[in-house]
Design a protein around this ligand. Structure first.
Ligand SMILES: *Cc1c(COP(=O)(O)O)cnc(C)c1O
Length: 518
């Protein structure tokens, strides 16, 4: 627009219009009041709301309400949110969401997010936000101490476990010089139950051509240490270069914990980088039951964990810790002249120099606030309770004739299926899963274990207590009875309505190999 240099009156018009971005005191009262009232109501309804709702329109009204020049009222916006987002699909905050790996949603974290967003502190560079960086640093040190990692370790809070795995793998790649011609002879060891995001991370890291050894698992779906040792020896003899072991402290599929101490010893004897994939299970180290199975973590080279799973935070927070901070630093280093004001405080080196991100959400506050205000004891109790609830469910279900129950839970996942007197057991368990989903009071997910369709119960949410487990048992018996009472041809056909159908099968009986990437 051409403007007369003496006439700046249009600035007033622009300012007036732009002022809508800065609510005044009365508007702030309304925005805060109504938003908090919405959140309070959501929380109060949580105990009775369904864990899963499948709805024909799938929230389409949201798309039908386009972004326009003029805004709508906060009431209208909250109504759109309630009707089209917060009332359909899986409710991850529900105490009765027991599928996949459930989430959390500590209210203290939500308030931390609010404060982080209002003040909008810069959390990526030390001099710009020394307090914010210090807070993240403190949390990393606290996590490192849980696993017995030294002061020279370092890490950061990521958006989730997938990103955390990526950074650990990139650090391992740099340390082991896996590049160029070396890639095709540098072998990665994992199992069929290693989370799929590890394969994805290897691919993103340019390592999809690394040979992958899907090491045999034992009858409890844990990586077999003797099979690992044998496979590494064979590979070395064949002139290959074993470099990375990925062990899991709690697989998503069955919750199994690999024997990390033994595996770690083998990895170090053969000079491999030992990465522990602890997105689901690493935080169980906070409780006695968890410590009994998670010993040996201190001897690994890197660990990832998901505070948005077993530390009960809302989605959006993972973490990675590498035993030697310099490895992480070297793998992510980059420089630009316009960063020259930034001093490197190696002790408090910020995530901009350890991670792929620069500017980021001030994640530390959503983790620090609940830990400080609630204290760690309640977290220990909740994690211990989750393990005990899984054991309780395992014991109770075993007492019901017809149910075939998987291994005694290493942590808080139980696998099981019903074996009907007649007919196809896989179809029966698919129908059972579908009936549970249609009911919606509790949510369970299913998987395939050695080609057997198997249901899973994963107890992770801090809101889940014995009542919800008893209700789940009740619903299971009710649905099995319903199916048994129906003549086979009247039973629901297994529909395709399933949320995320699992297609890969778990094979414990034989070892397989292929490039790790797709
Ligand atoms: C959830 C999960 C992941 C992936 O983490 P995101 O936070 O979803 O990216 C990886 N591994 C395991 C075992 C998990 O449970």
């Amino acid at each position: 627009m051409h403007t007369n240099s003496n006439d700046w009156t249009h600035l007033e018009r622009l300012e007036h219009a732009a002022r809508a971005l800065e609510p005044d005191a009365a508007e702030l009262d309304e925005l805060f009041g109504k938003t908090v009232a919405y959140a309070r109501r959501h929380l109060s309804e949580l105990a009775h709301a369904p864990a899963y709702v499948e709805r024909e329109d799938a929230g389409r009204a949201l798309t039908n309400s386009p972004i326009t020049e003029d805004g709508i009222s906060i009431d209208e916006a909250l109504t759109l949110l309630r009707d089209n987002v917060d009332s359909i699909g899986i409710d991850p905050a529900s105490s009765r969401f027991l599928g996949y790996i459930p989430g959390g949603g500590l209210v203290h974290s939500a308030l931390g997010d609010l404060l982080a967003a209002v003040a909008n502190r810069y959390a990526a560079v030390y001099y710009a936000g020394p307090g914010a960086v210090r807070m993240e640093h403190m949390l990393v040190r606290w996590m490192a101490s849980l696993f017995g990692y030294p002061d020279s370790s370092g890490g950061f809070l990521s958006s989730g476990g997938s990103m955390a795995n990526l950074s650990a793998i990139v650090a391992a790649r740099e340390v082991h010089g896996v590049s160029g011609n070396e890639i095709e002879r540098s072998v990665v060891y994992l199992t069929n139950d290693t989370h799929y995001c590890v394969g994805k991370a290897l691919r993103i890291a340019g390592l999809s051509k690394c040979p992958g050894r899907f090491v045999q698992m034992d009858e409890n779906f844990r990586m077999s240490s003797s099979a690992l040792e044998e496979t590494i020896r064979k590979d070395k003899k064949a002139g290959l270069r074993p470099w990375l072991l990925v062990s899991s402290t709690g697989t998503t599929n069955t919750g199994a914990v690999d024997p990390i101490g033994e595996l770690g010893d083998i990895a170090s004897a053969h000079g491999l980088w030992h990465h522990i994939e602890g997105a689901y299970g690493a935080f169980f180290i906070l409780c006695q039951e968890g410590r009994e199975i998670l010993h040996g973590m201190d001897r690994s080279d890197s660990i990832i964990m998901d505070p948005h799973k077993t530390l009960f935070l809302p989605y959006g927070t993972g973490a990675v810790i590498v035993k030697e901070r310099n490895h992480l630093f070297n793998a992510h280093r980059a420089w630009a002249d316009y960063l020259q004001d930034i001093e490197q405080e190696m002790e408090l080196v910020a995530s901009a120099f350890l991670s792929p991100e620069l500017t980021k959400h001030f994640r530390a506050l959503r983790m620090w606030l609940p830990l400080k205000v609630i204290g760690v004891a309640a977290f220990r109790a909740a994690l211990s309770e989750k393990i005990q609830l899984a054991r309780y469910f395992h014991e109770r279900l075993q007492q019901v004739p017809g149910f075939e129950v998987g291994p005694y839970p290493d942590l808080s996942v139980v696998t099981f299926r019903y074996v009907p007197p007649r007919g196809d057991a896989n179809l029966f368990n698919q129908q059972l899963t579908d009936l549970i989903h249609a009911d919606g009071r509790v949510f369970l997910s299913s998987t395939l274990l050695q080609d057997k369709l198997t249901l899973r119960l994963a107890v992770v949410c801090f809101r889940t207590h014995r009542d919800q487990i008893d209700l789940t048992l009740e619903i299971l018996l009710e649905k099995v009875k319903m199916l048994l009472d129906l003549p086979a041809d009247k039973r629901p056909a297994a529909p395709d309505s399933h949320v995320f159908r699992v297609t890969s099968s778990t094979n414990t009986s034989q070892e397989s190999s292929s490039a790790v990437g797709p």
